[in-house]
Write a new protein. Sequence first.
Length: 305
Amino acid sequence: MNVQINTEAWLEERRHFVGGSEVAALFDVSPYMTHYELWQQKAGNYPSAELDGERIEAGQFMETAIAQWATHRFDMKMRKVHRYMPHTTVAGMGASLDYEAYGDGAYVPVELKNVDGQIFREKWATEGRTITYVPDHILLQCQQQMACANAQQCWLIVCVGGNSLYRLLMAREEAVIAQIKKRIERFWRSIAQNIPPDPDFSRDGSVISHVIGPVRGKVLDLKDSNRLPELLRQHRDASAQEKKGAAAKKAAAAEIEHMLDGAPGAIATNGKITQYEVKAQAVQYERAAYKALRIKVFEEKEEAA
């Protein structure tokens, strides 16, 4: 079954699948959403992220430009994919591909990314123009795409900072795909049984507020609770520290700006300061070691779950 992804019907259909860009939430490694938020979205209790607007529009235009650049730079043959790909055996598991490479007799999905330069330096690793390490959520997305497309490889092409192009021919990793399938099957069982996962209180505040809805009913009597007094103390202490810290930060920033007196930066005995602070950490991993480590991590998470 192929579902057209550029129709309103697909937008409704999307709710019934865990897609490649969403699956990382089931492993608690998504930078965009938590497991709890994804659960509430698919259960119909919380709206999904907007699929239109300036950010999505920009992505659509950038995707075309990156694809055209990659075909020229790497001498690749690619074409846009206009179909949604549900997995053939796992209900509720699907993927929407950006492009597909063709011409050599093998079907190869192509995932295109536009990544900020600083994030790329901190979270990725390369050797020349070849990507050697990718973040967890990207790895999972590409593996799910290969599983749904019945492909053995996937091209990952990344435009960095709008002016550099990198790529990786990622191999299919059956151990990771097996974990993806298991998590998705478990996820839809929890939906059917109406058993949501525990929220991440540091990230799910807005989701919790939306799901609970407006204030209603009577004041609760929780005088027997041992946890609520501790939470109240934590909240009050954190609020006081936040106010104190914000005031101190504001004052320090103002004094630093006054000392710089318009200069782009300054050197101190314990470091330096610039008007636009940029810090990056170099990350280098061998592909083989990274692959073995990644599979081990996912297996350990599954055993602990």
